[in-house]
Design a protein around this ligand. Structure first.
Ligand code: ZN
Length: 338
């Protein structure tokens, strides 16, 4: 399944995401040599409808067209098949960013492929690992880490002062690479947004130039660190409506304005038909459904029961069904260890 190449295919710097399949015969790991041998690993298009990674890598290829790369670079072009149709994943595929080593999914061709990517990359010196994503709702640009090690925090704050530390879901790329080198997942706003692409490009270029990642602590005035405590999903059997639509659960249409805002108890998320809150699941880090700790239903209104800060909150039904409604987070003190 995995193709490994050591050159830049003609046309890669300008090809549209939907046409990548004309250059690559499936998921492809591309190794390029640069001046410094400790390699930067970059994952793009793990979700086929998120263009920021490909566009940022294309910017680098253009920038270094006639120059030596400051450091060696390996790019993993992941879900080429879903990218052709601008989908997160295709119906027959697993979510590519849930099947990396350390995950809990059943073995499949895609998980074998991810293991091969990790094995291949672990053979040489690694500088850092960067996985590039877009998201659907209104979110700031932020970096995610799976370890609160100083170097991980330093790499994350090179991108944004907003940093999210998470340990669930497992099976994500950054968690698999966290054992090898500082690893971040970058959330660069919505797909197609030029500011997100520019931001990702400058971050990657900085990683190519940096001599080393500082090992000293990040000052608390330079970081807003959050920890995800739960993922919120809509029950697969529940009919989902948005705004004025009908459904077992109907979410208010502008929910995404709640992202990265501290919400007070009583905040209304929508209405539920049955008068019960079993249309939603709030799964904590230990896999327990804690919906009753987080939500209550009063006069059919679905209200928060406690203070939370959501991220990735969206009213895009495909995104909700394929991924989740949102994550809930809390502030994480810098001094706390993981
Ligand atoms: Zn993504």
């Amino acid at each position: 399944m995995l193709q490994i190449i050591d050159h830049i295919p003609a046309g890669l710097a300008t090809v549209a995401q939907s046409d990548l399949g004309t250059l690559f015969n499936g998921p492809t790991l591309m190794h390029l040599e640069g001046r410094k041998p400790e390699r930067l690993f970059v994952a793009v298009l793990q979700h086929g409808n998120e263009d920021v990674g490909l566009r940022a890598v294309q910017n680098l290829l253009i920038r270094y067209r006639d120059r030596e790369l400051p450091r060696s670079l390996s790019v993993f072009f992941a879900n080429i098949e879903a990218a052709r149709l601008n989908q997160r994943r295709l119906p027959h595929q697993p979510d590519y960013n849930r099947v990396w080593p350390g995950g809990e999914s059943e073995p499949c061709p895609e998980s074998d492929m991810m293991r091969k990517v990790v094995e291949t990359m672990s053979r040489g010196p690694l500088f850092a690992s960067v996985d590039l994503h877009n998201n659907i709702g209104l979110n700031p640009h932020y970096a995610c880490i799976n370890r609160t090690d100083h170097r991980f925090l330093q790499l994350a704050t090179l991108f944004s002062r907003t940093v999210v530390y998470f340990t669930q879901p497992r099976g994500v790329q950054s968690l698999a690479f966290a054992a090898l080198c500082p690893a971040v997942t970058l959330e660069c706003g919505q797909a197609g947004n030029e500011h997100g692409i520019d931001h990702a490009t400058e971050f990657l270029d900085a990683c190519l130039h940096l001599e080393s990642i500082p090992e000293h602590p990040v000052h608390d005035r330079d970081i807003d660190l959050f920890h995800t405590t739960a993922v919120v999903k809509v029950h697969a059997q529940a009919r989902l409506g948005i705004g004025n639509e009908d459904g077992d659960i109907v979410l208010i249409h502008d929910l995404e304005f709640f992202n990265f805002r501290e919400l007070q108890p009583g905040t209304v998320f929508g209405t539920v038909k049955t008068g019960r809150d079993d249309s939603l699941l709030v799964i904590d880090d230990r896999g327990r459904n804690r919906v009753e700790d987080y939500f209550e239903v009063e006069n059919s209104q679905l209200r928060l029961r406690r203070t939370v800060m959501p991220s990735m909150l969206t009213v895009n039904k495909t995104a909700i069904r394929q991924d989740c409604l949102c994550y809930f987070m809390e502030r994480w003190p810098l001094t706390k260890s993981d």
